[in-house]
Structures are given as structure tokens and as C-alpha cells.
Write a protein that binds this ligand. Structure first.
Ligand code: NDP
Length: 330
């Protein structure tokens, strides 16, 4: 069946300008880190991408190593893009990244120009796209001069492989350095991608100040702490949850401690008093930070995307709510 996008998609979603740039991103973005790999159902992946776009999400986030196995999320996306989204290419903002471990040997990891440019070419091939809207360095590489990495990003833009550049997981001081170097090269830093959620507030300690001063946008990942900031783990680990899947090694039952669950229980009560699910409150909480452009959600089924987007129905936090939440997560 040929896909026709929902004509109402721009009416309900909210959009925000990404730093001091011309780009406006939907307040929620969809990440393809998990549930879009070779081990997952393409039909479900397709249903999730359609659901997201139909709800006004205009930004999809990939990386070279999303899967499992590495590269397979880009292949899945490429297949679906060709079938469903090719006519909508100019309405979409699509990201990929390189930085973490990707292929064997010293050229398949790190921050060298050699790695970034060849990995970007591989990602373009896997997705079948002509260019990425934004290409990221995925994590700092202390052993490569930051100048080389930024020159590689600048080159990726100048050679037509991407329109904008981003960095992910960079600490505040390195972020400032990256901003300065990229400015001098004439390719300003569009966006930073850090983790941010009620259990991990590190960006409030210096990073958001740099981003606001320098006019750089931000896209925050794991807003639900991979699902822990929802009500799903309150009565054990459901069989269809991320923590129950042994191949998804980044979240397991050791991360879901009784101390954490006690906090989740209290946060859940606040969410209920706001007329929201905890997932919705957790997303709204990240968007409440003025340095945050868009909240990068993951999903394992289309209904979660619908549920998460409904967080936009209540983004306001009273001083009382904020104080209560702070007391729980401090
Ligand atoms: P989240 O914290 O949003 O976790 C997503 C998971 O939570 C889902 O897979 C699902 O898990 C569960 N979930 C989602 N929505 C709901 C809902 N409404 N109600 C209940 N449960 C829900 O984000 P991720 O950790 O998945 O990260 C999001 C994206 O961020 C990634 O896809 C990637 O693009 C990016 N990222 C970037 C990193 C970087 O270094 N730059 C690192 C990590 C992620 P379940 O399977 O249990 O249903």
C-alpha cells in the first residue's frame, strides 16, 4: 500500500527553532537506536515511522552503529524511506553519526577525518539518501585533535554529504572549543545531542549555559531513561519490555533497582495529579528546560509514539510541581 501522509500533521505538533539557526524541529523527534535493527520487524518499524510523521515529527535520528547488528537500522530506514518517505524528503530532517566502534581496526572508531568521511559515505549508501540533514561526531575522542574532527565535519558539509553538523556527548569545555573552531571554518555548530532525563541532569552543570550563549540547539536523548521513567516496571519486568531483551545490553534488570523504583512510584503520583502518564511528564520535564530544542524519544510500538506526543498537551509546570520533583530526584 502506498503511504499518504496525514494532511493534518503540522496542525497539532509544536516546532521550535534550533538555536540561532534557520531550522525548526518538532518538539519530539524519533530515534532509531533500538527496534529498527535486523533482529526487529520491518512492518513494525514502518508503522512507527509512519505514526511519527503523521503526528508532525519531522526529525529522525540514526547512527552508523544502530541495530543490532551495526548498520542495520540505516538499512531498515533506507528501505522504508524509499517506499514511504521519498516524496516527503524535503519535509524531513534526517541525522546520522560516527564516533563509536563501527568496524575493525583503527579507522573504524574515534574522531579522525579518515573515519568520519568514510563512515558518512557508508551511511549514505545504507540509507540510500543523497545527503544527511545533520551529521554528528557521536562522542569526544580525546586522542584526536579536535581541530581534525571539526575540519572533517566542515568538509562533510562542503562536499555535500550533509547540510549541518552536530556533536554528541561532548562536555562543556570541548563544546565551546568545537563551537569556536566550526565558527572559524564557516560551518556553525547547529546542535548538541546529550542524554537528559529526570535521573541524569548533567547538562544543567555548564553545558546548557554554553549552548544558550553560543546559540546552539539541543536534542536530548533517553528522556524516559530507556523506559524506566514510565509506569511499566513498577510491578516487575514485563516480557515485552527493553529490560527483558537480553540482546539489548544497554538496559538490564540491574539498572532497575528498588531505590529507583521508589522514586518512579513517587514521580508517577505527581504525573497522575497533572493528568498525565509518567512517560508524558518525563518528556514534558525535558522540554521545560529552555535550552532544549527537541526531545529524542525511542519506541517499540506505534502506540507509544502517540502516547509520548500527547505530552505536548501539558508542558506547564507549577513551581510546586517543580519543587516536588526536585525533592524526589535530587
Ligand atoms: P527513551 O528514554 O525514550 O526510551 C525508549 C523506550 O522506552 C522505548 O523503546 C520503549 O521501551 C519505552 N517507551 C517509549 N515510549 C513509551 C511510552 N509512551 N510509554 C511507555 N514506555 C515507553 O529513549 P532511548 O533510550 O530509546 O533513546 C532515544 C534515541 O536517542 C535513540 O533512538 C537514539 O536515536 C538516541 N540516542 C543517542 C545516544 C547518543 O549517544 N547520542 C545514546 C542513546 C540514544 P520498551 O521496549 O520497554 O517498550
Amino acid at each position: 500500500p502506498i503511504y499518504v501522509a496525514n494532511p493534518e500533521r503540522y496542525k497539532t505538533m509544536k516546532y521550535k527553532r534550533c538555536g540561532r539557526s534557520g531550522v525548526q524541529l518538532s518538539r519530539l523527534s524519533l530515534g532509531l537506536w533500538q527496534n529498527f535493527g535486523a533482529v526487529d520487524s520491518v512492518a513494525n518499524a514502518r508503522a512507527m515511522l509512519r505514526k511519527a510523521f503523521d503526528l508532525g515529527i519531522n526529525h529522525f535520528d540514526l547512527a552508523n552503529n544502530y541495530g543490532p547488528n551495526f548498520g542495520s537500522a540505516e538499512i531498515t530506514y533506507g528501505t522504508i524511506h524509499k517506499q514511504d518517505f521519498a516524496p516527503y524528503r524535503d519535509e524531513l530532517f534526517i541525522a546520522s553519526k560516527a564516533g563509536y566502534d563501527m568496524w575493525p581496526g583503527p579507522f573504524g572508531i574515534g574522531g579522525s577525518r579518515k573515519y568520519l568521511v568514510s563512515s558518512c559515505d557508508q551511511s549514505l549508501k545504507r540509507t540510500g539518501l543523497e545527503y544527511f540533514d545533520v551529521f554528528y561526531h557521536h562522542c569526544m575522542d580525546p586522542e584526536t585533535p579536535i581541530e581534525e574532527t571539526m575540519q572533517a565535519l566542515d568538509y562533510i558539509v562542503r562536499s555535500g554529504r550533509a547540510l549541518y553538523v552536530g556533536i554528541s556527548n561532548y562536555q562543556p569545555a570541548q563544546t565551546k572549543k568545537a563551537v569556536d573552531i566550526l565558527k572559524s571554518l564557516g560551518t556553525p555548530l547547529l546542535i548538541h545531542q546529550p542524554r537528559y532525563n529526570m535521573f541524569d541532569r548533567w547538562i544543567e552543570d555548564g553545558l546548557t549555559d554554553v549552548l544558550k550563549t553560543e546559540g546552539v540547539g539541543s536534542i536530548v536523548f533517553s528522556p524516559l531513561a530507556q523506559g524506566v521513567l514510565t509506569n511499566k516496571y513498577l510491578n516487575g519486568i514485563p516480557a515485552d519490555s527493553r529490560a527483558a531483551r537480553p540482546e539489548l545490553i544497554y538496559l538490564n534488570n540491574k539498572d532497575i533497582t528498588p531505590e529507583k523504583l521508589a522514586k518512579v512510584q513517587q514521580l508517577n503520583a505527581i504525573a497522575e495529579s497533572r493528568g498525565q502518564s509518567l512517560a508524558q511528564m518525563a518528556i514534558a520535564w525535558t522540554l521545560h528546560n529552555e535550552a532544549v530544542t527537541t526531545c529524542l524519544i525511542g519506541a517499540s510500538r506505534p502506540s507509544q509514539i502517540e502516547d509520548s506526543v500527547a505530552a505536548l498537551n501539558n508542558l506547564e509546570f507549577s513551581a510546586d510541581d517543580i519543587a516536588k520533583i526536585d525533592a524526589i530526584i535530587r
